[in-house]
Ligand binder design. Structure first.
Ligand code: ADP
Ligand code: MG
Length: 343
């Protein structure tokens, strides 16, 4: 070992993952897709198996002073199911691993598992194992999700083709605004514990943050409509960051239109109230867990009347030229921000 010490912040999260992935090449032909997508793809002879893991760490990913612990359980499952959905797969099993300190009571862990159970019932997945260990103080929850998909239906980040239409589900930016609301209320409460939080007006955004849903419904509906996305990713880090993943992995560029980005009115108004630009919140805020995907133009007719699928732009051949056309017709280059845990 050399004495040299380099900071992880120089690489960022994605740089670190790239660095790890260059050191490992799959040795088994059954490892069809390893590091680098929403889930790994494993060949089994019949359908392919999808495998995805996400870890949530107290005070990095959640704050129990405003996150009810049941919701944390639900969300920890939903974010993993979302990665299976993002491969166009059907989730079937999860494992749950916990690191706990004596700060947590049996009642708290019961509540955590109530949320996990509600998510298992909602997404029709089975909890089939996990691991439990102790931690010095905080709670760490790591979930692995297993899913299934037919090989020809897999939607990788790398399949976008020139001319494809870019679609996104639901609406964006709400979870980020929900976080701003809760952070503000927390500061108000810390300054004056007598103050009762007044967040009913913000219910929609707060719920989007605390209890997100994985869009397994969209995977099912696309199947019913006979549409297989050419590429797909879930929006966990913000629209801009996810567009960069698709563009980079597909060797293309993307062009999206500001006036097509779906933002709920409540999100829009609250962003303005907080002095934030709603479009920036949609582009760079995280944790919406909507699906971003591309489809061939020939499939547009099939989805164009779907209430919850919005076409926001198209894929073009100029590699890495990722632009936003503003309402005034200006061309703005997108920046891949996303969350950086190492700064
Ligand atoms: P997502 O946001 O969809 O959960 P991530 O950005 O966390 O995706 O991960 C991207 C890819 O990198 C995935 O294939 C994931 O399995 C892989 N990955 C992340 N962290 C590590 C790690 N520490 N070692 C190996 N692979 C990793
Ligand atoms: Mg993902």
């Amino acid at each position: 070992m050399s004495e040299k010490r380099s900071e992880i912040s120089q690489l960022g999260e994605f740089g670190l993952i790239d660095r790890i992935s260059t050191k490992f090449n799959p040795q088994n032909p059954s490892s069809i897709k390893g590091i680098g997508d929403d889930a790994a793809v494993i060949e089994t002879g019949g359908d392919c198996v999808l495998l995805s893991t996400d870890m949530l760490v107290e005070d990095i990913h959640f704050d129990l002073s405003y996150m009810p612990i049941q919701h944390l359980g639900y969300k920890a499952v939903a974010v993993n199911i979302s990665d299976i959905a993002a491969m166009n797969g059907k989730p079937e099993q999860i494992t749950v691993s916990l690191a706990l300190s004596n700060r947590f009571s049996i009642e708290a862990i019961d509540a955590l598992y109530e949320g996990i159970k509600a998510a298992c019932e909602n997404y029709k997945v089975d909890l089939v194992g996990g691991d439990t260990t102790s931690s010095v103080s905080g709670l760490i929850i790591s979930i692995t999700a297993v899913g299934r998909v037919k090989k020809e239906k897999i939607a990788y980040r790398s399949g976008a083709m020139t001319g494809d239409i870019i679609c996104v589900t639901g609406d964006l930016g709400a979870a980020f605004i929900g976080l701003q609301v809760l952070e503000r209320e927390k500061q108000v409460f810390l300054a004056n514990p007598q103050m009762q939080p007044n967040i009913e007006r913000y219910d929609y955004m707060v719920k989007r943050l605390l209890k997100p849903e994985a869009r397994t419904d969209i995977v099912f509906e696309l199947q019913e409509l006979g549409v297989t996305p050419t590429s797909m990713i879930d929006v966990s880090d913000g629209l801009a960051s996810e567009l960069f993943h698709i563009s980079k992995n597909s060797g293309t560029g993307v062009r999206i239109y500001e006036d097509k980005i779906p933002i709920d009115n409540r999100t829009y108004e609250t962003a303005v109230e907080f002095g934030l630009d709603p479009i920036t919140c949609a582009l760079n805020g995280g944790e919406d867990y909507e699906l971003l995907f591309t489809i061939p133009q020939a499939d547009f007719e099939k989805i164009k009347n779907h209430q919850d699928i919005h076409s926001i732009g198209y894929v073009h051949e100029k590699k890495a030229e990722n632009v936003l056309i503003t309402k005034n017709g200006n061309v703005v280059h997108l920046k891949a921000q996303g969350w950086d845990h190492f700064n």
